[in-house]
Design a binder for this molecule. Structure first.
Ligand code: SF4
Ligand code: SF4
Length: 167
């Protein structure tokens, strides 16, 4: 009889302990994200889809030095360089990236490219909705990653080449 009473008391204590934990959790603030009904909240350091930055004049910060591509452990950055000219200025340096691709089917979001960049041209944004059934859509081009010219910033003057015979 005594052992039965002890067992009942022991079980009751265990239930009370379990319920106390449930009660505490019920009173705690909810931390569950409502995504996709509401945008998720990111820490500043979250490494999402890259952004290619511009300077205060609206020029591209990337000077096509290839250091990010050299630092990338998965070789998923592809760059083609071109020279700025007097008539066409894209970046603040001598060269700019005429092509800048990142293959997100291979990128591991390690951040080495960001650390390697001498001009802070490439940073991680917070974009993350890139899942796809078609891996060809995971190759992001410069135009998809380049940030917009900030409001109020005068866009860089780009003189189009004059057509032969034109005025
Ligand atoms: S985050 Fe890492 S893997 Fe992705 S492009 Fe940069 S260096 Fe390469
Ligand atoms: S993003 Fe930075 S490291 Fe990469 S090519 Fe441009 S300037 Fe160089």
């Amino acid at each position: 009889m005594a052992s039965l009473i002890n067992e009942v008391l022991s079980n009751a204590a265990a239930i009370a302990k379990g319920m106390s934990i449930t009660l505490v959790e019920m009173m705690s603030p909810t931390v569950t994200e409502d995504y996709p009904d509401a945008p998720p909240k990111f820490q500043e350091r979250f490494r999402g889809v890259h952004e290619l930055q511009r300077d205060e004049h609206g020029l591209e910060k990337c000077v096509a030095c290839f250091l990010c591509a050299a630092a990338c452990p998965t070789q998923c950055i592809y760059i083609e360089a071109a020279e700025n000219t007097e008539k066409t200025r894209i970046s603040g340096g001598e060269r700019y990236a005429s092509v800048y691709n990142i293959d997100y089917s291979r990128c591991i979001f390690c951040g080495y490219c960001v650390e390697a960049c001498p001009t802070d041209a490439i940073t991680h944004g917070h974009g993350f909705e890139i899942a796809s059934y078609n891996t060809s859509t995971l190759v992001y081009r410069k135009e998809q990653m380049l940030v917009q010219i900030a409001p109020g910033v005068k866009p860089p003057v780009v003189h189009e080449p004059v057509a032969a015979g034109g005025h």
